[in-house]
Design a protein around this ligand. Sequence first.
Ligand code: ADE
Length: 240
Amino acid sequence: MIGIICAMELEIEKIRVGMTDVTEEKHAGVVYTLGKKKGADVVMAVSGAGKVFAAICTQAMIDNFHPEVILNVGVAGSLSTDLSIGDIVMAEQLVQHDMDVTALGLKKGQLYGSDYRFFPANSKVIDLIKECLELVNLEREKEGKKALHAIKGTVASGDIFVADSGLKKSIVDEFQAVACEMEGAAIAQVCCVNEIRFGVVRAISDSANESSTMDFGEFCKMAADNTAELVDMFIGRYGK
Ligand code: ADE
């Protein structure tokens, strides 16, 4: 079974299209939609925004449905000049940019009492996402549509909607991250301790600066929809 977690309903809407044999179950306050897509068993959920909701949703998904792999999909703020609105980020690793026990000598982002700091995404999952991106772009070319531009890199998560150039710079300087969002590292941590494969795919909705409040509202849906073709391809090809 493939698990898909989005923070917001609008991020999952297009991914849910075409699901068959749909049933629903509620656990820990989260509605899980089960069904089939492209011949695969899938479970999809909207976690709510932020690391705690994301962690609850991920653990309950693992406990109740035992997915082989979990994909976290949605939008992100850009931290890189290589990324424009609508572009795709494939996370190589994730870090909590707001985890700060530096006062006790830990590195920024490091979790107290462990060596955890960066959570690497599963390399096979990253490779498959890359392969799917190439296939999606071939299809887009045939249809005369613009190719999706994507980069790989570190994604930084925190319980902050980044809309400030100073904070943006500090996250880039500290972690060399290319995008920021609010759930990926929490989902990564839960998957890591449960030994579940995971990947994080995000599309850029804003530039994590003073324009973000306006841009997020305007571009969120378009960016979220850009991930759907990629996720569809992933579902169709995973395990084949
Ligand atoms: N998700 C989308 N844009 C974001 C931003 N600027 N900060 C945090 N999460 C986001």
